[in-house]
Design a protein around this ligand. Structure first.
Ligand code: 0RA
Length: 643
């Protein structure tokens, strides 16, 4: 444990005091946003404090409860926040922590607090943004209680309300609609986060219960989860790889060096993709950073060493590179350190340089020891990487010779593309259309200035289980890559993409949604930057045209149709169902689906990369599972986006 124990914390350590006004004036500054994410930041803040107590070794159970009245409680069995009176402030330590900005650090959290960083704003921020908060502390044989209202005003001094042999802290708060756009906690968001925290804090039990809609007549117990993972990140990797063909055991590494705790779990599967999650002080570092860099160089070095030492390669092989050892890798890396520096656009990149060398050294020595003891695993992993290296060279050759260098960069455009005349990506849209006949109508109906059309013939290749060299033999994929103009694979630059709206337009039937899924997989795996930039959309063609007497209505969902039919009982009704884009003439296609003034586009967003990754692997991988439903999850509705 990097944490320092034995430090004496008491009520006298508090020094600088600052009220909660700044938080109320600018909530977004403290919790990132006043929307759903901000609301949940409040929860993470309170949970973090309990997890800190657990990481310091004083607590092994945390219970989060979504209460019936809309408030949320987090209870731990730690030492309890001190309740003694501080000499200067004449207030209890508890009250000081809950009503003073940044009191936490001054108070002594700084001594052992290794969580925090992104959140870590202090629980007083939560109090400031709550209609009310209650604290119950069990400590020194007693139960203490204090209530705060109107964003942090104590109703009375902290007072002892009873006796107990237990210790711990329970914080309950009702977020305030005065400061937040939404105050409804999301069960899924909270369970996902707490499950992840449980993986990262091994041995601790984190329970969560939802009592909001619990009615005894209907259900026997409220929604409840108990997370407890003895294996830490090893359990996490095991969970990520469930249902997959595993090529090795899970390599588990846990070691402290230079005051930095490194915990990592590594396993290879027959998957072509990489599934890698990195954390610093329990915070998900989506932008990577020094721990990731150190891990990668150790992995490449050790696998290369093993290949050489054991003569695994053929004459033609030239060793493996970083990209090659990523294929089929599932890994979780969690580091804990005293003063993490979070950098990058979203403050989700670990900047401490010392973490790179430490992670490289720990992972390097532990992994090479593992390979010595498990030669079978060493061989499978070495061979898998060699195979990936050969495929990478083949793909490069395909790019350079088969398709000729330059072509994929947009110097040549595919014959099937009806391009727009605009050369400015900001104003250019590409409609990817299913089938040649719909392609014809789309080409005629479009605005030639700004809208390009690429018809695809039939089903495109499923790229989930295909290496790049094979992908580039496929004509539909080649045409799309050329139309996008940003390259693919090793040499790719999203800045070069030729359209800032790329619209998938498929029929509203099973085949259509399959094609859409195949395209989404292609973008998710090979053009993730297009999705991250918000360039990918799904068109919404109408399902019906309804005539009510002389009035014409375009209907986009069955719900909408039923509504209209229920309202209009007497008028003469004529319903026409559109099974495919090909059934609409060019004018209709323009009016209903392409006209920026009237259309609805769904913007594709990836809210949860881990979840999306899992869904693509299960839906598009070898296993045959339903492929239809998931799109709703990743496409959020944007009405008349252009207005
Ligand atoms: C600092 C000192 C002590 C307890 C805590 C912090 C503490 C804070 C929270 C927040 C949620 N749960 C918590 N549990 C403990 C007490 C140190 C001592 O008893 O010597």
């Amino acid at each position: 444990m990097a944490a320092q124990k034995g430090h004496k914390y008491d009520a006298t350590s508090i020094q600088v005091l600052e009220g909660l006004e700044p938080v109320k004036l600018r909530p977004g500054m403290y919790i990132g946003s006043t929307g759903k994410t901000g609301l949940h930041h409040l929860v993470w803040e309170v949970v973090d404090n309990a997890i800190d107590e657990a990481m310091a070794g004083y607590c092994d159970k945390i219970i989060a409860t979504l209460n019936k009245d809309g408030s949320l409680s987090v209870e731990d069995n730690g030492r309890g926040i001190p309740t003694g009176i501080h000499k200067q402030t004449k207030k209890s330590a508890l009250e000081t922590v809950l009503t003073t900005l940044h009191a936490g650090a001054k108070f002594g959290y700084g001594g052992y607090k290794v969580s925090g960083g992104l959140h870590g704003v202090g629980v007083s921020v939560v109090n400031a943004l709550s209609d009310w908060m209650e604290a119950e502390v069990k400590r020194e044989g007693q139960i203490f209680f204090q209530r705060y209202e109107k964003g942090g005003e104590p109703k009375a001094d902290v007072k002892a309300t009873g006796e107990t042999k237990e210790t711990g802290t329970k914080i309950t708060f009702l977020p305030s609609a005065k400061y937040l756009d939404t105050i409804e906690f999301d069960w899924q968001t909270i369970t996902d986060h707490l499950r992840q925290q449980a993986y990262l804090t091994k041995g601790v039990t984190i329970a969560i219960r939802d009592e909001r809609n619990y009615k005894e007549e209907v259900e026997t117990h409220p929604r409840i989860y108990n997370f407890h993972f003895e294996g830490g990140v090893k359990s996490y990797v095991d969970h990520l790889n469930r249902g997959k063909e595993r090529l090795s055991d899970i390599v588990y590494i846990e070691k402290e060096e230079n005051g930095i705790q490194v915990e990592a779990a590594i396993q290879y599967t027959d998957d072509f993709n990489e599934h890698l999650y990195t954390f610093a002080n329990n915070i998900y570092t989506t932008e990577g950073g020094m721990h990731l860099t150190g891990f990668r160089s150790a992995l490449t070095r050790i696998i290369n060493d093993y290949i050489k030492k054991n003569d695994l390669s053929d004459k033609k092989d030239k060793g493996v590179m970083g990209d090659d050892v990523r294929e089929g890798l599932t890994a979780v890396i969690s580091v804990k350190l005293q003063e993490p520096q979070f950098e990058g656009q979203t403050k989700a990149k670990l900047g401490n340089p010392e973490v790179r060398t430490t992670t490289e050294s720990v992972v390097g020595s532990e992994l090479s020891a593992y390979f010595e003891e498990h030669p079978n695993d060493g061989r499978s992993i070495g061979q898998k990487s060699l195979l990936a290296a050969r495929a990478r060279r083949a793909a490069r050759a395909a790019r350079e010779t088969v398709i000729r260098k330059g072509i994929l960069d947009g110097f040549a455009l595919p014959g099937k593309l009806a391009d727009c005349s605009s050369r400015r990506p900001e104003y250019s849209e590409l409609f990817i259309v299913e089938g040649d006949s719909a392609g014809g109508s789309t080409k005629q109906g479009r605005d030639r200035q700004t809208q390009a059309v690429l018809p695809l013939r039939g089903k495109i290749l499923n790229v989930e289980r295909t290496r790049l060299d094979k992908m580039l033999e496929n004509n539909e994929i080649k045409a799309l890559v050329m139309a996008l103009g940003m390259g693919i694979g090793e040499e790719q630059e999203v800045a070069k993409v030729r359209y800032h709206k790329i619209v998938i337009m498929t029929d509203a039937d099973v085949d259509g949604s399959h094609i859409r899924t195949l395209l989404l997989t292609l973008f998710f795996r090979h053009f993730p930057e297009i999705i991250n930039k918000g360039y990918l959309y799904i068109a919404q063609p109408p399902l019906y045209r309804i005539f009510l007497g002389k009035e014409e209505h375009w209907i986009y969902s069955d719900g909408e149709k039923n509504e209209i039919l229920a309202e209009q009982k007497d008028k003469k009704i004529n319903i026409q169902r559109y099974k495919g884009l090909g059934e609409m003439n060019p004018e209709q296609l323009w009016e209903t689906t392409m006209n920026p003034e009237k259309r609805t586009l769904l913007q594709v967003a990836i809210e949860d990369a881990e979840e999306a990754d899992k869904i693509f692997s299960t839906l598009m991988g070898d296993e045959v599972l339903p492929r239809k439903r998931f799109i709703q999850t990743y496409a959020k509705k944007v009405q008349n986006l252009d207005k």
